[in-house]
Design a protein. Structure first.
Length: 102
């Protein structure tokens, strides 16, 4: 059985009624110029995937985040694990990555 970690985290967050932060090696979803996108909707994600801006493993992560946001009924954040000192800001409502909206 092959279980995606993001899907497992979504199931755990749903069970616990917890917020979900998916970690990546980049600061969030990046636009065509390498700049972090603060918020992402399903339609915007689809557009960026079609344009080849979101690629490879980030497609899987974005789709997992969109599925999670819908399942949990609240936003999901994608942020970097490389700057762990910034993660507490998320708990104060300060976006540090990309917030995925259902």
């Amino acid at each position: 059985m092959n279980v995606n970690a993001d899907q497992a985290a979504t199931a755990l967050a749903a069970t616990l009624g917890a917020d979900l932060i998916l970690l990546s090696d980049v600061s969030g979803i990046l636009d065509g110029k390498g700049q972090r996108i603060a918020e992402m909707t399903a339609s915007k994600a689809e557009q960026l995937i079609d344009q080849g801006i979101i690629t490879d493993g980030m497609i899987v992560k974005v789709n997992a985040a969109l599925d999670a946001a819908r399942a949990l009924g609240r936003p999901v954040d994608i942020a970097s694990w490389r700057h762990a000192e910034q993660l507490p800001a998320l708990f104060n409502g300060t976006p540090i990555g990309t917030r995925i909206l259902a």
